[in-house]
Design a protein around this ligand. Structure first.
Ligand code: NAD
Length: 293
C-alpha cells in the first residue's frame, strides 16, 4: 500500500536537486531544499525561477500555478529543516563518503516512518541503505538531467527495501509526471551502465587524437542521430560525476573495459568540470561554446 507524500525534502541544491524540487512543487508538494553552501541555495532559487518562467513562456505552466509552486519551496542550510518530511531525496555530490555522512546526520532528525531516497547515478543502493537506520525505507530514485524536461526516473530497490516503500516511491515518481523503470541494484543501473562507457570512449578517442572535440561531437550527432555529442553531454552531466560513475563501474564490475580515460581524470583534476563551472571540453564564457582542445 502506497502512502501520500505531502512534504518532500531535497538535500543538495545543485543541478539535480533544484530540478527535483521544481517538479515536486509543481506537483503540489511542500518542498524544502537543504544545501551546505548558502551561495548554491541562492543560485538554485534563481535557476528554478528561470526554468519555471521558461515553462510559462512555452505554455506548459500558467502564472498562477508557477506562483503556487514557488510559494511551496523553502530553502534551508540545516538538515533539521527536514524533520517533518514524508520523503527525503538526497542529491548531493556523487561521493559515497559525503552521502553516508549526510545520512548519519539526517536519519536521527527524521520521523521514524520517513522514506529516504538517493538520486545516486551509480553507487550501490544496498550499501548506502546499510549506512542508514532504515534500510527497509530506503531506495534509489534516479532522475535524469534536466529534471523538469526528462521523463525517466529509474527506481532501484536495495536488498532490504520493503514493498510499501517501493509502492510509495513509484507513486511519487508518477505524481511528479515521470515514467519509472525498474533497475536491479548493480553498478550504474541501466542508463549510465550503457551511456557512460560511450562517453568514456569518446574521451579516449579525443585522448588518442582520433578526432577533435568538434569532430567527435559532430560525428555522433549526425552519424548516430544523438541530440547532443558525447563530450557536450559529459560537460552537461559534470565531469566529476562522469568520473565517479566510471570508477564505480570499474571497481564494481572489475573489468578493465570500464577504465576511466586519463584525460577525463586530468580535466577533473584541473577543476574543468563542465557547464556547471563554465569550462570542460568546451568553454562556456562566450555566446557559443568553444572547444578547449
Ligand atoms: P552538483 O555538483 O550540481 O550538486 C551537488 C550539491 O551537493 C552541491 O550543491 C553541493 O553544495 C551539495 N553538497 C555537497 N555536500 C553537501 C552536504 N554535506 N550537505 C548538503 N549539501 C551538500 O551535482 P549534481 O549534478 O546535482 O549531482 C547530484 C547527484 O545527482 C549525484 O549523486 C549525481 O550522481 C546524481 N545525478 C546527476 C546527474 C547529472 O546529469 N548531473 C543525473 C542524474 C543523477
Amino acid at each position: 500500500m502506497s502512502s501520500t507524500v505531502n512534504r518532500l525534502g531535497v538535500v543538495g541544491a545543485g543541478q539535480m536537486g533544484n530540478g527535483i524540487a521544481h517538479v515536486a512543487a509543481i506537483a503540489g508538494m511542500s518542498v524544502t531544499i537543504v544545501d551546505a553552501q548558502p551561495a548554491v541555495l541562492e543560485r538554485a532559487k534563481g535557476v528554478i525561477e528561470q526554468n519555471m518562467a521558461r515553462q510559462v513562456k512555452r505554455g506548459l505552466l500558467d502564472e498562477a500555478d508557477k506562483a503556487g509552486a514557488k510559494s511551496r519551496i523553502a530553502l534551508a542550510g540545516d538538515l533539521k529543516a527536514l524533520s517533518d518530511c514524508d520523503v527525503v531525496i538526497e542529491a548531493v555530490t556523487e561521493d559515497e563518503k559525503v552521502k553516508v555522512a549526510i545520512y548519519k546526520q539526517l536519519c536521527p532528525l527524521l520521523k521514524p516512518g520517513a522514506i529516504v531516497c538517493s538520486n545516486t547515478s551509480s553507487i550501490s543502493i544496498t550499501r548506502l541503505a546499510s549506512a542508514t537506520d532504515r534500510p527497509a525505507r530506503f531506495m534509489g530514485m534516479h532522475f535524469m538531467n534536466p529534471v523538469p524536461v526528462m521523463k525517466l526516473v529509474e527506481l532501484i530497490r536495495g536488498l532490504a527495501t520493503d514493498d510499501a516503500t517501493f509502492a510509495t516511491v513509484t507513486e511519487l515518481a508518477k505524481r511528479m509526471g515521470k515514467i519509472g523503470t525498474v533497475s536491479e541494484d548493480f553498478p550504474a543501473f541501466i542508463v549510465n551502465r550503457v551511456l557512460l562507457p560511450m562517453i568514456n570512449e569518446a574521451v579516449y578517442v579525443l585522448y588518442e587524437g582520433v578526432g577533435t572535440v568538434d569532430s567527435i561531437d559532430t560525428s555522433m550527432k549526425l552519424g548516430a542521430n544523438h541530440p547532443m555529442g558525447p563530450l557536450e553531454l559529459a560537460d552537461f552531466i559534470g565531469l566529476d560525476t562522469c568520473l565517479s560513475i566510471m570508477q564505480v563501474l570499474y571497481d564494481g564490475l572489475a573489468d578493465s573495459k570500464y577504465r576511466p580515460c586519463p584525460l577525463m581524470v586530468k580535466y577533473v583534476e584541473a577543476g574543468w568540470l563542465g557547464r556547471k563551472v563554465g569550462r570542460g571540453f568546451y568553454d562556456y564564457s562566450g555566446e557559443t561554446p568553444v572547444p578547449t582542445r
